[in-house]
Design a protein around this ligand. Sequence first.
Ligand SMILES: [Zn+2]
Ligand SMILES: [Zn+2]
Length: 461
Amino acid sequence: MDKQAVLRHLEERAADFYVLSDKIWDNAEIRFEENQSAADYAAFLETEGFEVTRGLAGLKTAFRGQWGSGKPVIGFLGEYDALPGLSQKAGTPVKEPLVSGGNGHGCGHNLLGVGALMGAVGLKQYLETEGKPGTVVFFGCPAEEGGSGKTFMARENCFDGLDAALSWHPDFRNMMPPGPVLANNAVRYSFTGKASHAAAAPEAGRSALDALELMNIGVQFLREHIPSTARIHYAITDTGGNSPNIVQAHASALYQMRAPYTPELADLYERVNRIAQGAALMTDTQVEIKFLKGTSNTVLIPALDEVMYRNMCAIPNPVKEAQDLDFARDIVRTQTQEMPESLFELSPKPWNRAGNIPLPGSSDTGDVSWVCPLSQCGTSTWPVGTAAHSWQAVACGKSDFAHRGMLYAGQIIAATAIDLCENPDILETAWKQHREKTGGNPYHCPIPPEITPAELEAEMT
Ligand SMILES: [Zn+2]
Ligand SMILES: [Zn+2]
């Protein structure tokens, strides 16, 4: 069975994969709670002849499915978590929750996981019929949204031994990433002071709220002196109470910091910590700094991205023939007055040899990319202008065009994996580039050892 036959095989079996993706969409389970979704994948993989290990790295909804033996070992990364509060009826071009206050697949992870699964099944089909060596590993990676699932998995060495990892993300374009996603962390700063009556005995009080405000002001001044691609955001999560006449004895904020390169982020984190300590010093209060979670930037590997891009260009995109283009048009209308020339941005956006245009988001896929060479594409599963984490993205999740965009992604991933098995020199170059980009440094998990998935889950809920 050659590559073309594998791609036809996936097309012929597409309906099985669409059913699984729709089931994941229906269940819409959020981070750490993806029990039914993980079970559905495990059952599917076992039927396909994969050996499944459930529960990895302290995450009960993480799993791996393995088939085959020997080199190369290719990993396929699947996600399946939904987002809270984004419930939306499928195929409906108006904002209308399916379940009031319920969850929804706003990031298209129902498609993401199944598209990656198609890649794994495609490679298995190829190796099995050709009688060639190679190990196919599908990773069920939970809690991408705010849970750093892959980061915990990388910390527990789940991705060690891979020769390469492949994945994709639903998008409104067909593209290779022009640069890394940003390294990201979330840190809670909690100040403790001393309560006192603000009129009767102000001298006895030490204001935690003053400290927090001074910290925030310090960070505003810091912004001028950080890389322009770095980001700092915060939310005040505890103001210390509603009474102005009581000196606030406690106050806290949740900070998120991002930078294009993990070591830059470590530097930024230390600087923000010093500002917090300075604010505590100025106000005679104490500050507790709690690092909650972090993800690394993605290390781009041009040798792999080029192969994936070539497959993206070579494989016919089936989205144009979708049966529900009227619905796609209605979705576009909810986002713009002027109809664009085309409902989908299908012309593939090339890989960028310089890889120097950071994407202003973050993903725990970055942590896998520090362990082994990784490549991932975006494919057009949503009409132009559709943003991730929107009700429109949820509404599109079970559409014919989304299914077809997922099939296209699965075919690209399968074809890329086959190329890697057929050309060991690509993997050799990929590892050389990986060593250059990471400076040969081993993966360093940004989450401190004392933070476990259970602890993070408790903090984030
Ligand atoms: Zn997302
Ligand atoms: Zn996502």
